[in-house]
Design a protein around this ligand. Structure first.
Ligand code: FAD
Length: 237
């Protein structure tokens, strides 16, 4: 099993392993928990906080979901034991979303409960649009039970994202904001890169106005500039 420190598209499941390895290498912390702990320590020494993700979204049985849940729990314990400046990101489909929604929620709840008891944090990754409603529902329920210990992800390419921010504004807002990595139908997603960027900035501004915690997850220099501009404006206004 490979441990990742960033998200890799579902499409890689159809690509030969060595090819995936070549392109994903910058994002892969290693093959084992120990690798991931060492890479995280190295990042922490450079003043960089990390999030640890496990690869493997396509599961076929609930036993596999339990397998991944147990690894998530191990990562949480390792973060605590090693004193890492890091948290865990997890994927609902890896924990059984497409097999049994309640079992998936129970798995995620167990992981978030452990994180809360260790004063850590879990980010629920956002996958394709068929999972958006359930993922936001899990976030809503878990933030009530474990306030400050759970967040999720919003995708700027989705037409619904601004409305989702409004709908979730009755509680603690903690999001990673990204463009979105899945090939979604035009019905759900903007396709024009300029519009996606405009929506990213629009949603980021809205989140700042609502005093949300936002992880600004982009490599796009134009968006990094816009984010810095908005932070500067918020500080001086
Ligand atoms: C921490 C993190 C977590 C994520 N989590 C999720 C998630 O939960 N769900 C999800 O759907 N997606 C997730 N993503 C993926 C995200 O949605 C985008 O698909 C991905 O980040 C690529 O978009 P971008 O904003 O980085 O810019 P792109 O559109 O890839 O690139 C825009 C511009 O930036 C330049 N650029 C690209 N990379 C670099 C670089 N390394 N340095 C300098 N310039 C560069 C390109 O040349 C291009 O001109 C995550 C990404 C990150 C970084």
């Amino acid at each position: 099993m490979s441990l990742f420190n960033a998200v890799v598209s579902k499409t890689i499941m159809h690509v030969p392993g060595p090819v995936v390895g070549f392109f994903a290498k910058p994002y892969i912390a290693g093959e084992t928990l120990e690798d991931s702990v060492n890479v995280t320590k190295d990042l922490n020494r450079q003043g960089i906080m990390a999030t640890i993700d496990i690869l493997g979204e396509f599961i076929k049985t609930l036993d596999e979901a339990t397998f991944f849940k147990n690894h998530c729990l191990e990562i949480q314990k390792a973060i605590n034991r090693e004193g890492l400046d890091a948290n865990l990101s997890l994927k609902p489909t890896q924990l059984g979303l497409e097999l049994d929604k309640q079992a998936c929620f129970d798995n995620i709840r167990e992981i978030v409960a452990l994180a809360a008891s260790l004063k850590n944090f879990v980010r629920i990754d956002m996958e394709d649009v068929t999972t958006t409603d359930d993922t936001l529902d899990f976030f809503r329920r878990l933030r009530e039970e474990f306030p400050g210990h759970v967040g999720t992800v919003l995708q700027a390419y989705l037409r619904r994202t601004s409305r989702d921010i409004d709908a979730l504004s009755d509680g603690l807002l903690n999001f990673r904001l990204c463009k979105g990595i899945y090939n979604e139908p035009r019905l759900h997603a903007y396709k024009d890169p300029a519009v996606i960027n405009n929506n990213y900035t629009y949603c980021l501004e809205k989140l700042f106005q609502k005093k949300a915690y936002v992880g600004i997850a982009t490599h796009d220099e134009k968006l990094v500039f816009e984010a810095l501009r908005l932070i500067d404006a918020a500080r001086s206004g």
